[in-house]
Design a binder for this molecule. Sequence first.
Ligand SMILES: Cc1cc2nc3c(=O)[nH]c(=O)nc-3n(C[C@H](O)[C@H](O)[C@H](O)COP(=O)(O)OP(=O)(O)OC[C@H]3O[C@@H](n4cnc5c(N)ncnc54)[C@H](O)[C@@H]3O)c2cc1C
Length: 435
Amino acid sequence: MDCVENLDDGVNVAIIGAGWAGMAAAATLAQARIPVTVIEAARHLGGRARSVEIEGVELDNGQHLLIGAYRETLRLMRVVGADPDRLLLRAPLAIEYPGKFRLRAPRLPVPLHLLAALLTAGGLTWSERLAAMRFMTAMRSNAYRIAADMPVSELLALHRQTGALARYLWEPLCVSALNTPAASASAQVFLNLFRDALDGARANSDFLIPRADLGKLFPEPAAAYVRANGGAVLLRTPVRTLRDAGDGFVLDDRPERYTHAILAVGPHQIDALLDRFPLLAPTRKSIAALDYEPIYTCYLQYPADVSMPQAMTGFDGGTIQWVFDRGRLNGAAGLLAAVISARGGHQNQSQEAVASAMHRELAAFLPRLPQPLWSRVIAEKRATFSCRPGVTRPENKTAVKNLFLAGDYTASDYPATLESAVRSGVLAARLVLAH
Ligand SMILES: Cc1cc2nc3c(=O)[nH]c(=O)nc-3n(C[C@H](O)[C@H](O)[C@H](O)COP(=O)(O)OP(=O)(O)OC[C@H]3O[C@@H](n4cnc5c(N)ncnc54)[C@H](O)[C@@H]3O)c2cc1C
């Protein structure tokens, strides 16, 4: 295994896992000229947000959406030379369920953009518009804090957010952002995002839709940046054991010693790497208690003249939640990505049955839609942890000196997202730097 030589102060960091958290930690340390070695089990970078090749086309393991409030992700993309303005399509907050609901936030200062969006929304009654404004005012006046956490659906019911408001606005925003149905999702985490996205700078609420595959957005430029700054990134290198040998951390039976280790693997992958640290028994227990939610993405390739009316369209009443028109995003004409977040009946169906159901729902929307040339379902069964009220998330800093955790599941006021992964990686790196 390559190992970066120790620099003057002897600090030498092993980062296990090259997802967005691991690469964020690596880029932050590389920027500070600290020697890092990133060790990744898979043959690709990016973890749960990675590029995959399907039918000869470079795609993603799942359609991702970022928002303007992802400040650390956008900052770090710039640090590693990935230009967000080129790689992401920035569009004002817009939710459209054709023929049923339409909300667009104009480019006005906060909170006028939301006020105007509600006043001009299609598919809401006047009493629903007023209820939404009252809800937003109430949340704002409590600084987006609730005394005791509760499911999002309870919070909505308490504030009379019913009918089209719940069905087309709050519930879809909740399941997309927290990957947890409103009936079981944490209202406090939902409000944290609400605060940053809807009540921060106006641009925070913008949707940022990737125009390039996920690898190019961050993991690949981050790896190039780490290597250019003297670090190493190793693929196809699963780490099976980690121990403290007294003179440093040792991975498996390898000869290298690392002064610090950042474990940036997924929460369901971490247990075997912690089992030689008795002090970490409580951490292992809290991570083992996490539950998970899936995300399914179905790519359907139609003839090149097939397109949706906009880049992102909401669906309801069937299997699909959102459809992204990749032709409008990165020129893959005729390619649609249909997404289902969180758990549901689709998990009991075969992937062929899910793809057929998605085609039928699209055909009901697009008249004379031909059969797809090919389709592929990517089912990420543990896409994120289930973001429920009161879920316990471990801190980055562990009870073992110089051993840190990084990942979308560590303690944070955000749900499992690219932004929480990046923030967690940056925080773990800063803890190393603070030593
Ligand atoms: C289909 C899908 C859609 C999503 N959509 C969105 C979205 O629209 N917006 C959004 O913000 N977020 C979205 N997310 C969530 C987001 O992708 C994740 O929160 C984020 O990628 C998690 O990054 P991570 O670095 O914490 O973990 P991971 O990506 O899981 O990285 C962990 C890495 O560690 C490696 N590893 C594991 N064990 C070992 C070992 N023993 N040795 C070496 N390496 C190891 C793994 O191979 C992996 O590369 C989505 C997730 C999925 C799956």
